[in-house]
Design a protein around this ligand. Structure first.
Ligand code: KG4
Ligand code: ZN
Length: 332
């Protein structure tokens, strides 16, 4: 079954052709970061307008690179939530339009389920049940994946998402948006123990909190000024260590308590070098298996939506022309 996945929920216009939910034939991502960077974050109206400009060329490119035409496609999968309403509507309307014009079926896919199921594109993918931590710009949520389509939320952030903490910290440091990658790169040459930032591990549960960490970076800068040179490397490494420490601890603790042996990290922040390394190290120390999608599949892409759409279709979900975008769609 050939699925064309389409993603426009935030600031990436992306499309991919995936065979049987497992084999990527093409994966095209057009990012808008240059447009939003000057505002320090995503401006929803600019995002929607740019999706309108990019969506058809990106779709066309995905089909061309796969060596396919619309005729070859069996199913259109489109992100219908969660995300920015105007941005979601662009992809959804395009999918409906293509469905109407070609007679091909379409299905709405959940963006977070896409992040979680991107792991299916690994050759050595885990079969459910597994524990999946989605860490992105908008979400930090821990799910028990009992089966495809059967998810239980077992922990989440009480305030900022991990990616948001990165992006806000980058802003305080005068680094470009989005802040994850620049901080990750600067941290490579820094001392993670230079500054002991607080680790918030609220209570005896699997929730996390990042607003205190962000505030402590701010206090540090108010006291010592915006760092440069080695001090900047050290601050980034120390901040990164705090984020990776908290997330990896919670993930491993949850696995042990809930009896899971397979762990998945996904979402844009799962591209982070230190978080990947520490999660792997701590999981393996306890005899747990850590599955990490390649970096390209961590940040938003169309392939993950094709996989989520394929699985939704197999469960019997069908899109109809009344399907509405749901900016707050909860997967569980
Ligand atoms: O999943 P994603 O592409 O979009 C959302 O669904 O939000 O995640 C984007 C987030 C941004 O906050 C970005 O700063 C973060 O992922 N990110 C990273 C890295 N690469 C991207 N955070 C930490 N380290 C990275 N290497
Ligand atoms: Zn995402």
């Amino acid at each position: 079954m050939l699925v064309l996945g389409l993603e426009t929920s935030c600031d990436e216009t992306a499309a991919a052709v995936v065979e049987d939910g497992r084999r990527v034939l093409s994966d095209v991502v057009s990012t808008q970061v240059d447009i939003h960077r000057r505002w320090g974050g995503v401006v929803p109206e600019l995002a929607s307008r740019n999706h309108i400009v990019q969506v058809m060329p990106v779709l066309h490119e995905a089909l061309t690179r796969a060596g396919k035409t619309l005729d070859d496609i069996d199913l259109l999968a489109v992100t219908s939530g969660p995300g920015l309403i105007g941005a979601l509507l662009v992809g959804l309307q395009v999918a409906k339009g293509l469905s109407l014009a070609t007679g091909k079926p379409f299905v709405g896919a959940n963006h977070l389920e896409g992040h979680l199921l991107a792991i299916r594109l690994l050759e050595d993918a885990p079969a459910p049940p597994f524990l999946g931590l989605v860490v992105s710009g908008g979400h930090t949520s821990l799910y028990e994946v009992r089966d495809y389509g059967n998810y239980r939320l077992v922990g989440r952030t009480r305030d900022d998402a991990a990616g948001e903490a990165y992006d806000k910290t980058a802003r305080i440091l005068g680094l470009p948006y989005p802040g994850g990658q620049p901080i990750d790169e600067l941290a490579q040459k820094g001392d993670p123990e230079a500054i002991r930032f607080p680790r918030a591990l609220p209570g005896d549960n699997f929730d996390v909190s990042f607003s205190g960490l962000k505030t402590s970076v701010l206090h540090h800068i108010q006291k010592h000024g915006v760092p440069e040179g080695q001090a900047l490397h050290d601050l980034c490494a120390s901040f990164q260590e705090a984020v990776a420490d908290v997330l990896s601890k919670k993930l491993v603790a949850a696995a042990r308590r809930l009896g899971h042996t397979q762990l998945v990290l996904c979402g844009g922040v799962a591209a982070n070098s230190r978080l990947r390394a520490l999660c792997k190290e701590r999981a393996e120390e306890r005899g747990l298996r850590m599955f990490l999608p390649p970096v390209r599949l961590c940040t938003d892409n169309g392939a993950m939506i094709a996989v989520a759409g394929y699985e939704a279709w197999r469960r019997g979900l069908r899109g109809d022309f009344r399907l509405a975008a749901d900016p707050a769609w909860r997967m569980e």
